[in-house]
Design a protein around this ligand. Structure first.
Ligand SMILES: Nc1ncnc2c1ncn2[C@@H]1O[C@H](COP(=O)(O)OP(=O)(O)OP(=O)(O)O)[C@@H](O)[C@H]1O
Ligand SMILES: [Mg+2]
Length: 272
């Protein structure tokens, strides 16, 4: 994938996406100065010649809670995966604390301070809660005890049920295990891909509450969400991704009340 001809990248960047208003890149670049996590002008995709990210920019400042919303297939998961070394970045850069981490492997990035909770299959069902959390510290097993105590302070019920198999938990509880596992390595930045997907409204509330709580311990969070309105309510800043580009970016509150964002991306529920 990385050995494709340059010309395709250039063409992809030149190909303007009709109807999508692109964020002022210069303004965004200036605001990104000093951010803990940055993605600049990312081009990435799966199949040769097909780019899913078409020059995407994103930044998260230390301690920020950043939301990414957008239609299905917009490239939200791809953006998280590209920042986490799971999809090859064809051009552009990803930096963590100012250091270039573009295309580093996921396990290296875990060691550098990035946690990632994928959209699906994010726990080992046949393992217990405790064993799942042990997987989270596989790089530094000696940290298990201390990190388990931290996670237990956030999710006391999981700690009480540590011997229960993750496969027997509810969807919401499994999501908590997945988040906890990512927290075991004490990440500076936590990437969450649709943590509330498929959960009951009550469990969705729980997930948003927990995400905010994790963020308040000082962990920078970048979350992708289908539940756009709820996501924008809790995040400091949001991005609307459309066709692999930033269509809008602003504070969560500004995006929620922006008529264009409501019309195009938040749908009828948002108007209610
Ligand atoms: N492994 C893959 N191989 C090839 N194409 C893929 C792969 N994963 C995703 N894609 C394609 O990339 C595009 C963006 O997918 P992505 O999963 O990033 O979207 P998304 O914004 O997360 O959507 P959703 O809201 O449905 O989760 C889609 O057209 C999808 O079909
Ligand atoms: Mg997705």
């Amino acid at each position: 994938m990385t050995d494709e001809p340059e010309v395709e990248l250039t063409e992809a960047l030149a190909d303007d996406t009709a109807g999508v208003e692109t964020v002022d890149r210069r303004e965004h670049l200036a605001a990104a100065e000093g951010a803990v996590l940055r993605a600049d002008n990312l081009v990435a995709g799966y199949l040769p010649g097909v780019n899913i990210l078409n020059g995407t920019d994103l930044y998260a400042r230390e301690g920020e809670l950043v939301g990414i919303i957008g239609p299905n297939g917009a490239g939200k998961s791809t953006l998280l995966k590209a920042m986490f070394g799971l999809v090859a970045v064809r051009s552009g850069t990803v930096t963590l604390g100012g250091a270039d981490i573009t295309n580093l492997k996921a396990h290296v990035l875990v060691g550098r301070g990035i946690g990632f909770v994928p959209q699906t299959n994010n726990v080992f069902g046949t393992l217990t809660i405790e064993e799942n959390l042990e997987m989270g510290t596989f790089l530094r097993p000696r940290r298990f005890k201390e990190r388990f105590e931290f996670v237990a302070s956030l999710f006391p019920t999981l700690a009480q049920r540590r011997k229960q198999r993750a496969g027997s938990l509810s969807g919401g509880e499994r999501q908590m295990v997945a988040m906890s596992r990512a927290l075991m390595m004490e990440p500076r930045v936590l990437l969450l891909d649709e943590p509330s997907a498929g959960l009951s409204p009550a469990m969705q509330d729980e997930v948003f509450y927990r995400t905010k709580q994790i963020n308040s311990t000082g962990v920078t969070v970048v979350m992708v969400e289908q539940n756009a309105r709820r996501c924008l309510q809790i995040c400091d800043r949001g991005y609307v991704l459309d066709q692999g580009r930033n269509a809008y970016t602003a504070s969560g509150q500004d995006l929620i009340h922006d008529p264009k964002v409501i019309e195009l991306y938040l749908g009828t529920l948002a108007r209610a």
